[in-house]
Design a protein around this ligand. Sequence first.
Ligand code: GRG
Length: 291
Amino acid sequence: MKEYLVTRQKMVEEALAAFLPKSTVKPKTIHKAMRYSIFAGGKRLRPILCLAAAECCGGEPATAIPLACAVECIHTYSLIHDDLPCMDDDDLRRGVPTSHKVFGEAVAVLAGDALLTFAFELASKVPDWPRYPLREVVRELAVAAGSRHLIAGQVVDLESEGKKVSVPLLRFIHESKTAALLSSSIRLGAMSANAAPVQLRNLSNFGKALGLAFQVIDDILDVTQTSETLGKSAGKDVTAEKATYPSAVGLERSREIARRLTQEARGFLKPLGRKAEILHALADHLLAREY
Ligand code: GRG
């Protein structure tokens, strides 16, 4: 499992370095800013899940890699914009100063925009696959990043600050802002391997439950870890009066929910048999993570 993470992470780093415009390309500022945030040291969880889902369905990582990098670009864009003063207003991300602290707000907004757009340029590199034509792939990315998922979660999250939020609404926020892109990363990997509809369905359900578990764990880590360990400002959710699982149901119950969701996620992998071993291990790894 450790070896899998290391080798796939390396593959993703190398592919991103090759795909992204060089920082010498004019105008240098925007390309420097895009590369700054992309290479600031993310865990590459979404691209790794994309590759693992492809492999689980008998596909090759090399075929899935443009999509793995596309989801990482969308994820990084969302982090840059999330950190802006008009959003969560943060100074630290991935262990380094946030984009707007280094490049100024205007370039940070543009770096996020450029990464989001670049994701679609990357997606356009893949051919039509027998069951999944390119338009399906583009639609998958667009819907996950759009106003009914990623942005929906962010809007409701911002609107909920300082308010008492019901657990169903909290679940909606987390499913939208985190689980949707995570689940799409897995779906795109499966599509690249021409997955059978039933495999795609099981992996989607796995992704949704895993994505929700991931955000519940993220909420827990925000109150139990230091900024140094997380590489981002710890305790921020409490200060900003964010809607989180620990604030809604307490720390112990949140841990229980994360465990149950991980179990539920792993249940969807059963029909996939031994080919899903890495995905089982990744789910356990995410439950036990400390940052
Ligand atoms: C459109 C202006 C505009 C803004 C959009 C969509 C959006 C802003 C923000 C998305 C919400 C968001 C940042 C959700 C957090 C998801 C999450 C748990 C991020 C941390 O993921 P990790 O731990 O991070 O995988 P690394 O750094 O390891 O990649």
